[in-house]
Design a protein around this ligand. Structure first.
Ligand code: PLP
Length: 398
């Protein structure tokens, strides 16, 4: 008898960035020398004082369930960290810890949105945003951005699309996939429009520590008008802790309670060992984070120079994260030696993988035709070698 799955499965798309990672791993297993610009995580290991705190947590018996919304000790560490970044002292009742920022976002959407609601997402968008919204029953409403302005919102497009069924907006600065960092003015404008229309603003600040040309501005520190804001942060990128699975949300107590109810019936609580390690990360020596940031900044320059030296490719300098989002549209509709026409960036990315063994991620998957996403979370030598290989492949196109 055929297995019958729920409609939800068809409603959402699989994470294609995870699929690209799996493809790179499969090629490597076959012995292919793959250069992977598809990675969405730091190549550094978790700093040693954090690892030690994790080991100690296991030895001390932190191997059991914790409170569903996270340990009080971690919430207090978050409170301290957030006070330092935003100047605001939140009550621990306004904090919920989850198994990664991904769970925070997913649970937040389920707690806030439902069928009939629309949620604004700026395009290019991180692949999971529309899916979190769809999982909640609501519909994503895509709004354009301005590539030459760090992919800030195109407010003309936004104003045209305003309608009463919009319930919220998701913003993400620094951004995955573009690396764009919005100006304070753009964020302020979003806060004003959101307040006027009674939208909740979900601010994904996963890449908060990776801002290179200025200080990071947390949305909270700009919200003197009192728009409804929910902030999500993660241990993953800042502290090179992707596998520990800890992220957190700061929001109104009512929302935190609702999220705790949903989370309690899905994963019971966040990972206990990861929570203890996160306390050490948030309160411990900040130097390893600063060292990683310095390395990323050097690599950003190397990738920027290498990409802009490619014929027909243009790329603005991203202000944050570890992604470049160059425009490769001049290579679309070109023909390979085998006579295949590269219709979109999925074709182009496949062609680069097949001929140069370099993993890139197709911009079409992020809602951006003509662009590729390349991660610079790898060494400068590998960046140079990988872009050289891409150059050779592109030269073969007719
Ligand atoms: N938000 C953005 C923009 C991301 O790029 C990611 C991970 O790639 C996340 C959230 C979630 O990260 P995690 O679940 O590891 O905290």
């Amino acid at each position: 008898m055929p297995i019958s799955l729920s409609g939800l499965v068809d409603k959402i798309k699989p994470s294609f960035t995870l699929q690209m990672t799996a493809r790179a791993a499969a090629l490597r297993a076959k012995g292919v020398d793959v250069i992977n610009f598809g990675v969405g995580e730091p190549d550094f290991n978790t700093p040693s004082h954090i690892i030690k705190a994790g080991q100690k947590a296991i030895e001390d018996g932190y191997t059991k369930y914790t409170p569903g919304s996270g340990m009080l000790e971690l919430k207090k560490a978050i409170q301290t960290k957030v006070k330092n970044v935003t100047g605001t002292l939140y009550d621990t009742s306004q904090i919920i810890v989850s198994n990664g920022g991904k769970q925070s976002l997913s649970v937040a959407c389920q707690a806030l949105f439902e069928e009939g609601d629309k949620v604004i997402i700026f395009s290019p968008y991180w692949v999971s945003f529309p899916e979190f919204v769809r999982l909640s029953g609501a519909e994503p409403l895509l709004v354009d951005t301005l590539p030459s302005e760090q992919f800030e919102p195109n407010f003309d497009d936004l104003n045209k699309k305003i309608d009463p069924s919009i319930k919220g907006v998701i913003i993400n600065s620094p951004s995955n996939p573009t690396g764009g960092v919005w100006s304070d003015q753009a964020i302020l404008k979003m806060l004003e429009i959101s307040k006027e229309n009674n939208w909740i603003v979900i601010s994904d600040e996963t890449y908060e520590e990776l801002v290179y040309d200025r200080d990071f501005t947390a949305i909270d520190s700009l919200n003197s008008i009192g728009a409804e804001v929910l902030t999500i942060r993660s241990m993953s990128k800042t502290y090179a802790m992707t596998g520990w699975r800890i992220g957190y949300t700061i929001a109104d107590e009512v929302i935190v309670k609702a999220m705790s109810k949903i989370q309690g019936q899905t994963t019971s609580c966040p990972n206990a060992i990861g929570q203890k390690a996160s306390v050490a990360a948030l309160l411990g020596d900040p130097q390893p984070v600063l060292d990683m940031k310095k390395k990323f900044q050097e690599r950003r320059q190397v990738m920027f120079d290498s990409l802009n030296a490619l014929e027909g490719v243009t790329c603005d300098m991203p202000g944050g994260a570890f992604y470049m989002f160059p425009d490769f549209s001049s290579y679309l509709n070109r023909e390979t030696k085998e006579g295949k026409i590269l219709r979109d960036t999925f074709d182009l990315s496949d062609y680069i993988l097949d001929t140069a063994s370099v993993v890139t991620v197709a911009g079409d998957g992020f809602g951006a035709k003509g662009y590729l996403r390349l991660s610079f979370a790898t060494s400068s030598e590998i960046i140079k070698a990988g872009i050289k290989r891409i150059e050779e492949s592109l030269k073969e196109l007719k």
